[in-house]
Ligand binder design. Structure first.
Ligand code: GLA
Length: 391
């Protein structure tokens, strides 16, 4: 199977970890529909680690923990499907999952068959406890083949955190996405680290196999499994906007049942979701002032060496001819950054300019002097959808 958009949904790990159960999953599915998140595009309800017993049964199958899932997994999947949503689960390429529950190593076809029987539509596949005698690409190929032959369409979301140079082999495994960063936690430092790490790999992203920057922490406010310090509303906005500019899967990680209005407004931002899900799926490029055109470059160095990682000013070409433009401040002080229209492909002689619409306020402005200037407070961003117009 192929997928044509980065997946959107919810995953249990960030908040619930081993406290996951049927009630949480079903109530979250209800909420996704009732709150309008489903209409915004969120469709996968994903159970992460800690859903099974510690031992396989006599047939070699993984068994859902009957205390957490008393009606079994098909019951949960059927419920999620009855809401018009899709159902995701988790396993691991190693002998154990990261939380030491049974992994799928040497049981790939058995597990894929069970997932298909239960009605699973998405499998996140982790990388802990893999035998060191075997390479990661081989293990991901195994499960990919098992899923592709299980009789059901299942999205294969690889989660090897970039290990063993994942980016160079992940597409050949048949995976639909790959975790291109380490694990997120609910703090500004974590968001910043993952965002800047992602600037090393945008060229590996693309339709069919998406760079997955990890689940969102928007709305966690320091609560739950990876809730550390929590973040300010502005930091959550920057987080969501950056993930959308990069075209990452948008997988919510907070307890949606407790999400506040600020979180819901961020998660439902239609203009950002449209940028994330844009069908052309182009990667952003950098337009910071004149620094992007460093005269000392030979052109052979890794681009990352020249990226202004603390204040990226990025542009992404969209399918209908519009542009997504994002200016981000990862510094702890105010900044002023600018980009020229020339660096975007709109030189003076074209007779064209841009009309910018802020994704946050909906306010419009027209670029009059060939330069977009942004003044940003610490940890803040401005993102626009821009339209090419006559001067
Ligand atoms: C790894 C993954 C996380 C999560 C945990 C579960 O750390 O990267 O996203 O799935 O395992 O144990």
């Amino acid at each position: 199977m192929i997928i044509t958009r980065p997946p959107m949904g919810w995953n249990s790990w960030n908040t619930f970890a081993e406290n996951i159960n049927e009630k949480v999953v079903m109530e979250t599915a209800d909420f996704i529909v009732e709150s309008g998140l489903k209409d915004c595009g969120y469709e996968y309800v994903i159970i992460d680690d800690c859903w099974s017993l510690r031992e396989r049964n006599e047939k070699g199958e993984i068994v859902p923990d009957p205390e957490k899932f008393p009606h079994g997994m098909k019951y949960v999947a059927d419920y999620v499907h009855s809401k018009g949503l899709k159902f995701g689960m988790y396993s691991c390429a190693g002998t154990l999952t990261c939380a030491r529950y049974p992994g799928s190593y040497d049981h790939e076809f058995t597990d894929a068959r069970c997932f298909a029987e239960w009605g699973v539509d998405y499998l996140k596949y982790d990388f802990c406890f893999h035998p060191h005698s075997t390479f990661g690409h081989f293990l991901y190929k195994r499960m990919s083949l098992a899923l592709a032959n299980c009789g059901r369409d299942i999205v294969f979301a690889a989660c090897s955190w970039g290990a063993e140079n994942t980016k160079t082999w992940i597409k050949e495994t048949g995976a639909h996405s790959w975790r291109s960063t380490g694990d997120i936690v609910d703090s500004w430092e974590s968001i910043k680290r993952l965002a800047q790490d992602q600037l090393k790999v945008p060229e590996y992203n693309g339709n069919g196999c998406y760079n997955d920057m990890d689940m969102l922490v928007v709305g966690m406010k320091g609560e739950g499994n990876v809730g550390i310090t929590g973040c300010s509303v502005e930091e959550y906005k920057t987080h969501f906007a950056f993930w959308a500019m990069m075209g990452s899967p948008l997988i919510i990680g907070c307890d949606l049942r407790k999400a506040d209005e600020d979180a819901m407004a961020i998660l439902k931002n239609k203009m950002l979701i449209d940028i994330d899900q844009d069908e052309a799926y182009r990667q952003p490029f950098f337009v910071n002032g004149d620094r992007h055109f460093n005269k000392n470059r030979t052109g052979d160095e890794p681009l990352y060496d020249y990226y202004p990682v603390d204040e990226p000013f990025m542009v992404r070409f969209l399918a209908n001819g519009d542009l997504a433009i994002g200016a981000f401040n990862f510094r702890d002080r105010n900044i002023r950054i600018f980009a020229t229209l020339d660096s975007i492909g709109l030189g003076e002689c074209t007779g064209k300019t841009l009309e910018l619409t802020s994704v946050w306020t909906g306010e419009k402005k027209i670029v009059t002097n060939g330069t977009i200037l942004e003044e940003l407070e610490p940890h803040c961003c401005e993102v626009y959808r821009a339209r090419v117009i006559d001067k």
